[in-house]
Design a protein around this ligand. Structure first.
Ligand SMILES: Nc1ncnc2c1ncn2[C@@H]1O[C@H](COP(=O)(O)OP(=O)(O)OP(=O)(O)O)[C@@H](O)[C@H]1O
Ligand SMILES: [Mg+2]
Length: 257
């Protein structure tokens, strides 16, 4: 069967003053998948994300989104095409309410929205759409809470909601469960699974329980290069992958099963 790739990179490379952080990376992200990018610290995962969102310019190589070469596309256009990276908590306004933060997410891509918000009915429509998103991430009961007062895990859920507000076709999540306790990790894992319906997710994640339970495909990076790409069962038994993880803080690749 022909693969339906939403995102593909060819020989993607980034060097910093001669240090090669991302080295000839070929990524193949299938539409509808939860695709995980894993690897030891310093493997080049975040740099890859920065290249995909055009925060950084590649040294060489190409990036294709829905078959279109977007290597030279500007960051703002990337977002408009539907590649959205989740915003870190620092980008959520702590003094605003949960609902207001989601509304700003809408404004980021629908720059004209506020121009036709002259009537109460269009404002209500927008608020209703925001509430639908809050319900999707289980935050509806917090809609009028000040964001700063939310527990950490709920703030991360809000971060996902503000990303969803930008209507991503491809959503990039960099360590969505980082710093969370067990309960929040479990809730966030299920949340990612839920919001992946009808979307594609590319995520960097260190927690192997998360990876093994929801990732359809995994790319393993080490020292900037792809070591393996495949299902959890495939990559976790790959000798090169096991070798790369030896002696790191991640330990062995042990999943939930
Ligand atoms: N702007 C930069 N200038 C110089 N070197 C950089 C820069 N950004 C990243 N690097 C280097 O590139 C390598 C890859 O870094 P990157 O942050 O992409 O790794 P990572 O896989 O995200 O690691 P972690 O798991 O710790 O988040 C590291 O050695 C890092 O020091
Ligand atoms: Mg990183």
């Amino acid at each position: 069967m022909e693969k339906d790739l939403i995102l593909e990179t060819k020989q993607l490379t980034k060097s910093f003053l001669g240090f090669i952080a991302v080295n000839n990376v070929d990524l193949h992200v299938q539409r509808g998948n939860i695709h995980a990018l894993i690897g030891p610290n310093g493997a080049g995962k975040t740099t890859c994300f920065n290249l995909l969102t055009k925060f950084l310019k590649p040294t060489s190589g190409k990036i294709y989104f829905n078959g279109e070469n977007i290597t030279q596309t500007k960051p703002a256009q990337i977002a408009r095409k539907g590649i959205i990276r989740s915003f870190q908590i620092s980008a959520v306004f702590p003094e605003l309410t949960v609902l207001e933060n989601v509304r700003i997410g809408f404004q980021r891509t629908h720059t004209n929205t506020y121009n036709f918000l002259r009537s109460d009915s269009s404002l209500n429509r927008l608020n209703n759409r925001c509430r639908e998103l809050l319900a999707e991430v289980d935050l509806l009961e917090f809609e009028n809470h000040i964001t700063a007062d939310l527990p950490y895990g709920r703030k991360r859920a809000l971060e996902i909601a503000t990303t969803l507000a930008m209507e991503p076709e491809l959503m990039l999540l960099d360590e969505p469960t980082q710093g969370m306790g067990l309960e929040d990790v479990e809730r966030t894992t299920q949340l990612i699974k839920k919001v992946s319906t009808g979307r594609t997710i590319l995520m960097v994640e260190h927690n192997m329980n998360v990876i093994s339970s929801i990732a359809d495909c995994i790319t393993v990076l080490a020292r900037g290069a792809v070591l393996a790409e495949g299902t959890y069962a495939e990559v976790s038994t790959n000798p090169a992958v096991m070798e790369a993880y030896m002696g790191t803080s991640e330990g062995v690749l042990e999943g939930a099963h």
